[in-house]
Design a protein around this ligand. Structure first.
Ligand code: GDP
Length: 298
């Protein structure tokens, strides 16, 4: 879509533009492949995905007798698609009611904003939504969520100075009483340097399971694309503590580091449920590998 294309424009320039200048002028040779490697690394594809892509391209160069740079670019798009396709697994909330989504991430990753966008997304599917203002670390997060809820007619359960787990416990009970379809539970963020402080969030998960024995049904980790390769460390730390079942990668619009999704796919694969490509309410989209690759190369 055009919106996705516009959103990914900086990564597109980094990758596509870099490639165009590479491919525009000559035939495929070792030097060109080396420059391609550097371009992929600069777009934050990471060493693992970059090596994999180059390995596959070298094979195809020989096997399929690729000659023109255009053919190589087409092959690159295909291989990138193959890497990303396993991450395409849309979030289906129909299996439980309420379906409880626990949302985690470091401060500033876009957690609270994404919750607002997700609420709108699920409402658009005709489902009722309730928000739990569990980010008790950042006072403004609760206000942000409450204002957003008021404006959009979505119930927000919050407490003055309560702890994260208590707020979410209350919210789940309220959702059951009101027969709500989807609970979006915000959790306390932490600083990127506090990845070792996971006791509180692990407790939140245990408390959710007490309020709803089958829950949480989804543990979503929100990652800011601008952090590039550090995203891998965040996935690992949160996964160890709470078992990440899905990812949201935000701010792909502001960065040339969109290749990070390829790094995640190769090194720490988890379903990439949504990508954020802008600050607007509709700028959170379900991830589709083909659309993503097309937006980068077409
Ligand atoms: P939190 O601390 O994780 O709850 O982060 P916030 O939700 O408050 O988001 C931090 C900032 O990132 C805000 O200014 C958001 O508007 C912005 N933001 C979130 N997602 C996106 C996105 O996909 N694109 C852009 N450009 N900005 C975003």
């Amino acid at each position: 879509s055009e919106r996705l294309k516009a959103g990914l424009s900086r990564t597109r320039q980094q990758l596509g533009g870099g490639l165009a200048s590479l491919f525009g002028r000559r035939k495929i040779d070792e030097e060109l492949l080396e420059e391609l490697e550097a371009t992929l690394l600069m777009a934050d594809c990471g060493v693992e995905a970059t090596q994999h892509l180059l390995g596959e391209l070298r094979k195809r160069w020989k096997r399929d007798r690729l000659e023109t740079a255009d053919q190589l670019q087409k092959a690159l798009a295909d291989e990138l698609h193959a890497i990303l396709l396993p991450l395409e697994e849309p979030l289906d909330v129909s299996g439980h009611s309420p379906y409880i989504i626990m949302i985690a991430g470091v401060n500033g990753s876009g957690k609270t904003t994404s919750i607002g966008k997700l609420a709108k997304y699920f409402q658009g599917q005709g489902r009722s939504v309730l928000l739990a203002a569990g980010d008790t670390f950042r006072a403004a997060a609760r206000e942000q969520l409450m204002t957003w809820g008021e404006r959009n007619n979505v119930t927000v359960i919050a407490q003055d100075g309560g702890d994260s787990a208590a707020v979410i416990f209350d919210a789940i009970n309220a959702a059951k009483a009101r027969r709500i379809d989807v609970v979006l539970a915000d959790t306390a963020g932490r600083l990127p340097t506090q990845l070792h402080l996971m006791d509180e969030i692990a407790k939140v998960k245990r408390v959710i399971a007490k309020a709803s024995p089958t829950g949480p049904h989804e543990v979503l980790l929100v990652l800011d694309a601008n952090i590039g390769q550090n995203a891998l460390a965040q996935v690992k730390a949160f996964d160890n503590a709470i078992g990440v079942t899905g990812l949201v990668v935000t701010k792909l619009d502001g960065t040339a580091k969109g290749g990070v999704v390829a790094a995640i796919a190769r090194q720490y694969p988890r379903p990439l449920r949504f990508i954020g490509v802008g600050e607007g309410i509709d700028d959170l989209q379900p991830f589709k590998a083909r659309e993503f690759v097309d937006a980068l190369f077409d």
